[in-house]
Design a protein around this ligand. Structure first.
Ligand code: PSU
Ligand code: MN
Length: 311
């Protein structure tokens, strides 16, 4: 009998080959392509991120839903499609997956949905820019990203550049603690704040080497403690933005969002675009650089993890 999940999955042959051999694979999300950056930078970045993973000894698998198929690994042409079509593609989180599949539609997968699909394929490491979290004003809106729930249940190392200050960083960390998700700092004592290197909030555990992160995740899974390890990796110094300045810009973008009445899943894409506009593209460049940096670290972790898992 065929695997009931696999009948929905299309795994790129080279990725399947790597997974069969226990070789390192890094999953990449596609919401960042369709909703996180403007065309053509989004598609260009997606290719650069894939190359960064390859150059560091792992295979990239960009994840998306295409014509109702769960894609693990996209061709260059398919990446171009997600970049060019942009926000017209459904932003798909966990709740959306069955509907996009049943309607044979296209979906750009968030961190949560990427984790769901990557786990189906047996991938244990993913890289992204920033995760979703608890939004500022949560007392009124209850807006908490499904990414946080997913981190609590799906076994994976998720490498990100910390938590963007469009979110309520303190509450996001409290939520992660409650859900049992360890927040690891790669060569940092404080949780990075995406564009800025330091949010002022301490990480749970600092690691110096990618091997240390791989060992922690390997031990977690071996113990049967489900859920992700969140590895936070500060944006490279030379591309970091000034924390105070970017916080001011973010505050103005949030005001504009509230005036326009933008809510729900539209908030993050709106804020990213507005911030990029207000910083004259500087934030977009920082965003690109931090994603590349995360892809390299994720590949390193995946390499170490595949060795640990093979013994
Ligand atoms: N943060 C970014 N860029 C992004 C996102 C977050 O800097 O593109 C995307 C990710 O795909 C993340 C999603 O998983 O937004 C979270 O959306 P929501 O808050 O609607 O769950
Ligand atoms: Mn939300």
């Amino acid at each position: 009998m065929s695997d009931p999940i696999n009948q929905y999955l299309d795994i790129l042959p080279e990725v399947r080959d790597a997974l069969d051999k226990g070789a390192p694979v890094v999953a990449l999300e596609s919401t960042i392509i369709s909703h996180g950056m403007p065309y053509p930078k989004n598609a260009e970045t997606a290719h650069l991120v894939e190359s960064a993973v390859r150059d560091n000894g792992a295979l990239p698998a960009t994840i998306a839903i295409l014509d109702g198929r769960l894609k693990v690994g996209l061709s260059a042409r398919e990446i171009e499609h997600f970049g060019r079509t942009g926000p017209a593609i459904t932003k798909a989180s966990r709740r959306d997956i069955p509907f996009v599949v049943a309607r044979r539609g296209d979906g750009a997968t968030t961190v949560a949905a990427t984790m769901v699909v990557a786990a189906m394929a047996g991938i244990r490491v993913m890289a992204t820019g920033g995760i979703g979290g608890v939004h500022r004003g949560v007392e009124q809106t209850m807006d908490i990203s499904a990414d946080l729930q997913e981190l609590s249940r799906t076994n994976m190392a998720v490498v990100c550049a910390g938590i963007k200050s469009v979110l309520d960083i303190g509450r996001t960390l409290e939520y992660l603690e409650t859900m049992g998700v360890p927040v690891v700092g790669y060569r940092t004592d404080t949780v990075p704040a995406f564009y800025a290197r330091n949010s002022g909030f301490p990480v749970d555990y600092r690691v110096e080497e990618s091997l240390d992160a791989a060992q922690a995740m390997h031990t977690k899974f071996a113990l049967g403690i489900d859920g992700a390890v969140l590895v936070t990796n500060p944006v490279p110094q030379e591309h970091a933005l000034d924390a105070t300045e970017i916080d001011g810009t973010i505050a103005r973008a949030i005001e504009e969002m509230n005036v326009r009445g933008i809510t729900g899943k539209e908030t993050t894409p709106f804020l990213l675009a507005t911030i990029a506009e207000k910083t004259g593209g500087e934030s977009l460049q920082a965003n690109i650089e931090l994603v590349l940096n995360n892809a390299r670290l994720a590949a390193d972790i995946a390499r170490h993890y595949s060795q640990l898992a093979s013994v």
